[in-house]
Design a protein around this ligand. Structure first.
Ligand code: XUL
Ligand code: CO
Length: 436
């Protein structure tokens, strides 16, 4: 098997093309509102599901060959780098993201792992210089190994905390070495199964201690990028501490971490928390904390993380509207932390999934700007709150009235003259724009 070698460069051919190996909407240099599509979207490849995951599930063995023709694990890691850059170049993807364990084999000790990570990142750096491809963010996998069965930063065992801290230190070093402007904490096992054995307050204090150590370390080495927390409500633990955007923001505020952290919002993590993708993005945005986006969706009939590629244009449009309202990405980007289905085990399937995912987000971006240009939805929202622009409403906003003043006002004003929320009108406009 030749992995991604046989796949041609994927080009933009426009919406009438029937070539599945072409973009229909993602025209990377097309300028929208003063910025190219590629700079709006900042697509990033995830190393794990794209280059490493073998598609096993709790009931079945792996279905895909990820050996890259190499028995030796370190050699395999180097081949994977070749193929990863090959893949990104063919798709025109300018960024990638990784967990430490996706890049390099863990060997038999922390020392061996560190050494392997150094060797592989030396090679990755060479490839980055050769191709111009950049690192979006790095992270440490402190959830898969059994030493993290009770958590990493929230483990009841200090040695697990210390091991995780060491891995995080090395992953921060790797991120900085590769010029990354983001470092992600997804709390893989930071949660609990039962309160009968859990001191929740102490575990959260410890998680904050770990995050502070990471910030102090990175800043002392000159790191100027962002740290992100990626909220998720459940899986693998029954109750993940980073449940959703609001929960994470409350945690960051309690422990005084807001200056260094933003959120990395993942579509399906929102769904699992009982929210929409756009809700989570909006919560992040209104708190000035929208950092980066994990685009993969779930399946609303399933209660777990399927990590599928986005293919729903309406969801993508609403998500892109939030991103635009937030002022776009600064250090962040849009990564596909997403995988193909277990029976889709060929390398062609991976390429097709990325093309569809990138086109979905690109069309979402185009449609979001059409919604803005159309103006009717925005005008309606402006008008909906217009009673706060003058009279008693303005006095409320300006803090000029008390409860007594408002009683006096209401006694004179009488019953409220209610206005319709007009959801049907707004949904009609949205459909008209998306499906035209
Ligand atoms: C797991 C998940 C992770 C993070 C990075 O649900 O989303 O892959 O994106 O650790
Ligand atoms: Co994710």
């Amino acid at each position: 098997m030749s992995y991604f070698d046989e796949i041609q460069e994927i080009k933009y051919e426009g919406k009438d093309s029937k070539n599945v190996f072409a973009f229909k909407y993602y025209d990377k240099d097309r300028v929208i509102d003063g910025k190219s599509m590629k700079d709006h979207l900042k697509f990033a490849m995830s190393w794990w599901h794209t280059m490493t995951a073998e598609l096993g599930d709790p009931f079945g063995d792996p279905t895909v060959d990820r050996t890259y023709g190499e028995e030796d694990e370190l050699e395999r890691a180097f081949k994977r780098v070749d193929q990863g850059f090959n893949f990104m170049q063919k798709l025109g993807i300018e960024y990638f993201c990784f967990h430490d364990v996706d890049l390099a084999p863990q060997g038999n000790s922390l020392e061996e792992f560190k050494d392997n990570l150094n060797k592989v990142t030396d090679y990755v750096k060479e490839k980055m210089e050769e191709t111009g491809i950049k690192l979006l963010w790095g992270t440490a996998n402190v959830f898969s190994n059994k030493r993290y069965m009770h958590g990493a930063g929230t483990s009841c065992q200090a040695d697990s905390f210390a091991y995780a801290a060491s891995q995080i230190k090395n992953a921060i070093d790797a991120t900085m070495k590769l010029g990354g402007k983001g470092y992600v904490f997804w709390g893989g096992r930071e949660g609990y199964e039962t309160l009968l054995n859990t001191d929740m307050g102490f575990e959260l204090d410890n998680l904050a201690r770990l995050l502070k150590m990471a910030v102090n370390y990175a800043r002392s080495k000159g790191y100027t990028g962002d740290f992100y927390i990626e909220p998720k409500p459940k899986e693998p633990t029954k109750h993940q501490y980073d449940f959703d955007a609001s929960t994470v923001l409350a945690f960051l505020r309690k422990y005084d971490l807001m200056d260094d952290f933003k959120l990395n919002i993942e579509a399906n993590h929102a769904t699992l928390a009982g929210h929409t993708f756009e809700h989570e993005l909006a919560v992040a945005r209104i708190n000035n904390a929208l950092g980066s986006i994990d685009a993969n969706r779930g399946d609303e009939l399933l209660g777990w993380d399927t990590d599928q590629f986005p293919n729903d244009v309406k969801t993508a449009t609403l998500a892109m509207l939030e991103l635009i309202k937030a002022g776009g990405f600064t250090n962040g980007g849009l990564n596909f932390d997403a995988k193909i289905r277990r029976p889709s085990f060929t390398y062609e399937d991976i390429v097709l999934s990325y093309i569809c995912g990138m086109d979905t987000m690109a069309l979402g971006l185009i449609k979001a700007y059409e919604v803005i240009e159309d103006g009717r939805i925005n005008d309606f929202v402006e008008d909906r709150y217009s009673s706060y622009k003058e009279g008693i409403g303005k006095k409320i906003v300006d803090g000029e009235v008390t409860l007594e003043d408002l009683e006096e006002y209401t006694l004179k004003n009488g019953e409220v003259n209610l206005q319709s929320g007009r959801q049907e009108y707004l949904e009609t406009i949205l459909n008209n724009i998306i499906y035209r």
